[in-house]
Design a protein around this ligand. Structure first.
Ligand code: DLL
Length: 434
């Protein structure tokens, strides 16, 4: 039996949802135009007045906004509510440039928490559950988002944050956690450590809510098998509030977008043209309910597909496929587009652990790709011939998946650094050689 946190919104008819979005979008455009001078200037430049947007069919008239705009307007430029009405900020890590700061009014926080509560309930969560949140707390949105959602559901919430893996496992055992929330790479690390500590039979988890980084279906199976749980995907970004923009239900075939808060579009990243449902392109979101930091037509750079196929869970919210990764995570190697998640699919499909690293370099003006992957302890004790055979198998499979030859290096167990948050999979040495 499917459970909903807010059945009315999650199962609303398409027509009703559309009518709601139309009305709310019109109000939001007026709010942003009236209160965010930077966006008003963008609209004026494009020759669009708030009155030109009469509903979602006019969304395409609005200018896009990108991370560059947010950097340019740092720290207050996109704020659309008085600072005195704001109760919270969250922020991106700033590893790829200046930080982006997102502001929240109390009502923004409440709506965000509700979005996360929908994700927890869709994963089978109730007030009887113990929700172990091992996403980072602080400026990162993962911890605070799932924490807020868990409170709304009424579950006992363990605000573990990331790191200190032994203590995490101790709490999982002692407090009999039933739902684990963290990045998929950290879930794989926890699973590995649980087996090593010999406490797998004391783990009472039934579900995991994993997101914040691209992960493959093979990674899902890997975690599900090792922890004996159902693993659900969750998506979001700081700019749109954090986790809970979309979430997976029991069907586990993509994430329902909370369309009563975020209108998704897929565009051609080169031309900006809106693409029909079912076509792959860049995901763009318009937040229609947020007051302090409401971004209209925000280009996420995530490459994705939307689908309106009926879902057996009864939710009518449009579904987005697992994003393959950001367009800026995409590696171009000898002219070929490569997503790290494709390589993950091959490695896990060949029975390796989820610990790998991609090293990209440029030698004699030619790009090189080295795929380092750890052997499992069982593989490590195989004969040299068997290990060489495995190396050949991975090289061939990568070649047929990617169309290029990668150098495969099989590493000893435990030799690749584990991640406690978002995994760093790629080392691109070409940047220093340009
Ligand atoms: O990662 C928010 C989040 C926290 C989502 C916890 C889910 C769970 P940022 O740090 O701003 O926010 O990074 C956002 O992470 O544009 C995607 O590229 C990537 N991302 C997030 N969720 C997924 C996912 C948080 N489920 C960026 N699958 C986004 C693939 C994801 N990529």
């Amino acid at each position: 039996m499917p459970n909903y946190y807010q059945e009315k919104w999650e199962t609303m008819s398409r027509d009703e949802m559309r009518a709601y979005q139309d009305k709310t979008l019109v109000q939001q455009v007026k709010h942003v135009y009236g209160n965010a001078p930077y966006y008003r200037a963008l609209m004026d430049k494009k020759g669009v007045a708030p009155g030109d947007v009469k509903g979602t069919e006019d969304l395409h008239k609005l200018p896009f906004i990108s991370k560059d705009d947010l950097r340019e307007t740092y720290p207050y430029g996109m704020l659309a509510a008085p600072l005195s009405d704001c109760v919270r900020i969250q922020s991106t890590s700033g590893t790829t440039g200046k930080r982006v700061i997102a502001y929240y009014t109390q009502s923004d926080v409440d709506l965000w928490d509700e979005c996360c509560a929908r994700a927890i309930v869709a994963a089978g969560g109730t007030k009887e559950d113990v929700v172990h949140v091992a996403y980072g707390y602080g400026l990162f949105t993962g911890g605070p988002g799932l924490n807020g959602g868990s409170h709304k559901v009424g579950s006992l919430t363990l605000p573990m944050s990331s790191g200190n893996t032994e203590r995490q496992i101790q709490f999982l055992v002692d407090l009999k956690a039933t739902i684990l929330c963290c990045t998929p790479s950290y879930a794989a690390f926890l699973a590995e450590s649980i087996h090593e500590m010999g406490v797998r039979d004391q783990i009472t988890l039934k579900a995991g809510i994993f997101g914040a980084e691209a992960w493959s279906e093979e990674m899902r199976r890997h975690i599900e098998e090792r922890l004996g749980i159902h693993a659900y995907d969750i998506y979001g970004l700081t700019e749109t509030s954090g986790p809970g923009v979309s979430f997976e239900c029991e069907e586990q075939t993509g994430m329902h977008v909370n369309e009563d808060h975020f209108i998704p579009e897929i565009i051609d990243p080169k031309t900006g043209q809106v693409l029909p449902d079912g076509e792959r392109g860049e995901l763009v979101f318009t937040s229609i309910t947020k007051k302090a930091f409401p971004l209209l037509r925000y280009r996420t750079r995530d490459i994705c597909v939307l689908s309106r196929k009926t879902c057996s869970c009864g939710r009518t919210l449009v579904k987005m496929a697992k994003p393959m990764g950001r367009s800026d995570d995409m590696l171009i190697i000898r002219g070929v587009n490569v997503f790290p998640s494709q390589i993950e699919t091959v490695l896990l499909g060949c029975g390796f652990e989820a610990n790998y690293q991609l090293v990209v370099d440029r030698v004699n003006f030619t790009d090189t790709l080295e795929v380092k992957v750890e052997l499992t302890p069982e593989m490590f004790s195989d004969t040299v011939r068997k290990i060489e055979g495995r190396e050949r198998e991975v090289t061939d499979k990568l070649k047929s998946m990617l169309g290029i030859t990668a150098k495969v290096t099989l590493a000893a167990p435990k030799s690749i650094t584990r991640s406690e948050g978002k995994a760093v999979r790629v080392i691109d040495n070409r940047e220093s050689k340009i």
